[in-house]
Ligand binder design. Structure first.
Ligand code: PGA
Length: 249
């Protein structure tokens, strides 16, 4: 059985009061499903509110959108893994395309973050994906392999199984233009091959980029996808409850 994972990336939306209101609406409309988990990545200020609201629901998890690799120190504005964990985070996004392309995060920084997240016993969700120019230049696989190599270098199979990979083509994020399930599957297969060569067996590989209620059926029908990472379509609790309830066909 696939262990489906639906991850909501709220980006810079929903403060603590909004988050509480969101979960007041979401929780009664989404009962646990044995075959899936739902993870929420709120802004750091809302993490504790989310973690409190979902306590008692083991199928739900809260995570942080970005971390610093140092456990503490003089890093104004940054959040360390142990601090996020104290606020209730059990997972962390690493290397999201907005971190890479808006904030200039490098492959070397994602590598340090993955290690810090693993060291703090949180689940890293490493995001990888090509830009439009890279896709048009037919370098998608090369780019994704480079990002995997940089982010996960030297980790053994057992550790890789604790990582989640999110394949998110940059050109599909927030654009309304999703990759076709077939296009995503080609890259997912490459990612799985890369992982299995290093001894991993059960690492989950998600797709992200303009996932919504209209395309979720078609995407989940593609067995290469272990789930989805969703931005815009996760912001409305009713729509999100419907999306995460999507039946497998
Ligand atoms: P989107 O964002 O669903 O709004 O395209 C996905 C993401 O950035 O994780």
């Amino acid at each position: 059985m696939r262990r489906l994972l639906f991850a909501a990336n709220w980006k810079m939306h929903l403060g603590p009061a909004d988050a509480r209101g969101y979960l007041d609406a979401f929780l009664p409309s989404y009962a646990p499903h044995a075959d899936r988990e739902v993870w929420f990545f709120p802004p750091a200020v809302s993490l504790e509110a989310v973690a409190r609201a979902i306590a008692g629901r083991p199928d739900l998890r809260a995570g942080i959108q970005d971390v610093h690799w140092e456990p503490k120190g003089a890093f104004t504005g940054a959040v360390a893994v142990p601090l996020a964990a104290q606020a209730g985070a059990r997972a962390a996004l690493v290397g999201h395309s907005e971190r890479r392309h808006v904030f200039g995060e490098t492959d070397a920084e994602t590598a340090r973050k993955v290690r810090a997240v693993l060291g703090g016993q949180l689940a890293p969700v490493l995001c990888v994906g090509e830009t439009l120019a890279e896709r048009e230049g037919r370098t998608t696989i090369e780019v994704v392999r480079r990002q995997l190599g940089a982010g996960l270098d030297g980790l053994d199979g057992g550790t890789l199984d604790r990582v989640v990979i999110a394949y998110e083509p940059v050109w599909a994020i927030g654009t309304g233009r999703n990759a076709t399930p077939q296009d995503a599957a080609v890259v997912h297969r490459e990612i799985r091959e890369w992982l299995s060569k290093r001894g991993a067996g059960v690492t989950r590989v998600l797709y992200g980029g303009s996932v919504n209620l209209k395309n979720i059926d078609e995407l989940l029908r593609e067995r290469e996808l272990d789930g989805v990472l969703v931005g815009g379509a996760s912001l409305d609790p009713d729509g999100w409850a419907q999306l995460v309830s999507t039946r497998e066909l």
